[in-house]
Design a protein around this ligand. Structure first.
Ligand SMILES: C[S@@+](CC[C@H](N)C(=O)[O-])C[C@H]1O[C@@H](n2cnc3c(N)ncnc32)[C@H](O)[C@@H]1O
Length: 266
């Protein structure tokens, strides 16, 4: 509107006009509703998180709620990860992260996306990093357990996942770090074959912990644990170590462990 027309308007109409003119701009700068406020992870904690996750050149690292991009950038720059992705709902953070990746010279291997972490398909991640909140971790827990491949490493700065006990923890600069290895799924009835004979075992799984009973053995109690696809359990005072592959388990040769056994899920 030309200035002359504004001048000719009554004093009463002017505030309404100013409000209308300012609305689109205000809408643009209104920050999105965040589930977690922005607090950057201190650099020594970033380094330890990636070290605990044992990031390797073949890894694809996703940082959910990536802030200024420091975890994703460090994953490729300092740990040589193949690729990293950061997802953040706040466009200001995404711009900062892109600038930081440019400065670090890693834009060929790091991408930042503006989006909601709850809507992101994370199933390709081999390492997942998070600095979120307990409630958000718990909301993500079933997604992590159901969509990530067994063996995927999940690292969280500061917050746990309640009953899902971490596989490793550390404290750096007064910050807790938790590591979980996504366990294979072994619930169900299995037929175990050994040179001494076959027996049926029902396994019940609670995250990475496994319990069960073997039919016809006294006491027949199975106690075990998963580390990704690797399962170890004791049964009848004997130690079994194997690799879970869908509905079968193949033995891993290890001193003190039973050899020549295998298992199939019914
Ligand atoms: C505590 S900061 C962590 C930043 C970075 N990962 C780090 O450790 O330095 C949490 C980040 O999550 C982002 N965030 C909050 N809610 C989100 C959501 N629903 N989807 C994606 N990002 C979100 C915030 O913008 C913020 O940058």
């Amino acid at each position: 509107m030309p200035l002359a027309s504004v001048r000719s308007m009554s004093a009463r109409a002017l505030p309404a006009l100013l409000l209308a003119a300012s609305l689109p701009l205000q809408a643009q700068i209104t920050p999105p509703q965040l589930d977690v406020p922005y607090v950057p992870t201190p650099e020594p904690v970033v380094a330890r998180m990636l070290e605990m996750a044992d990031v390797q050149p073949e890894d694809y690292v996703i940082d959910l709620g990536s802030g200024d991009g420091r975890i994703a950038i460090a994953a490729v720059r300092d740990f040589d990860a193949r690729q990293a992705l950061g997802v953040d709902l706040n466009p200001v953070r995404v711009s900062e992260a892109v600038e930081n990746a440019e400065r670090a010279g890693v834009t060929d291997r790091v991408t930042f996306e503006e989006g909601d972490l709850f809507e992101k398909d994370i199933s390709d991640a081999t390492v997942l990093t998070m600095y979120l909140l307990p409630r958000v971790n718990l909301q993500l827990r079933p997604v992590i357990l159901d969509t990530l491949e067994p063996g995927t490493r999940v690292v969280s700065h500061a917050f746990s996942m309640d009953e899902w006990e971490p596989d490793d923890t550390d404290v750096v600069s007064n910050s807790y770090i938790y590591l979980w290895i996504v366990p294979a799924k072994v619930d169900g009835d299995w037929q175990i074959s050994t040179p001494e004979g076959d027996f049926s075992v029902s396994l019940m799984q609670q995250f990475q912990m496994v319990e069960g009973v073997a039919e016809g053995l006294e006491p027949g109690i199975v106690k075990g644990r998963l580390n990704g696809t690797q399962i170890e359990f004791t049964l009848d005072d004997r130690h079994y170590v194997g690799t879970v592959n869908g509905d079968s388990i193949e033995p891993v040769s290890m001193e003190g462990a039973v050899a020549n056994w295998s298992a199939r899920r019914n």
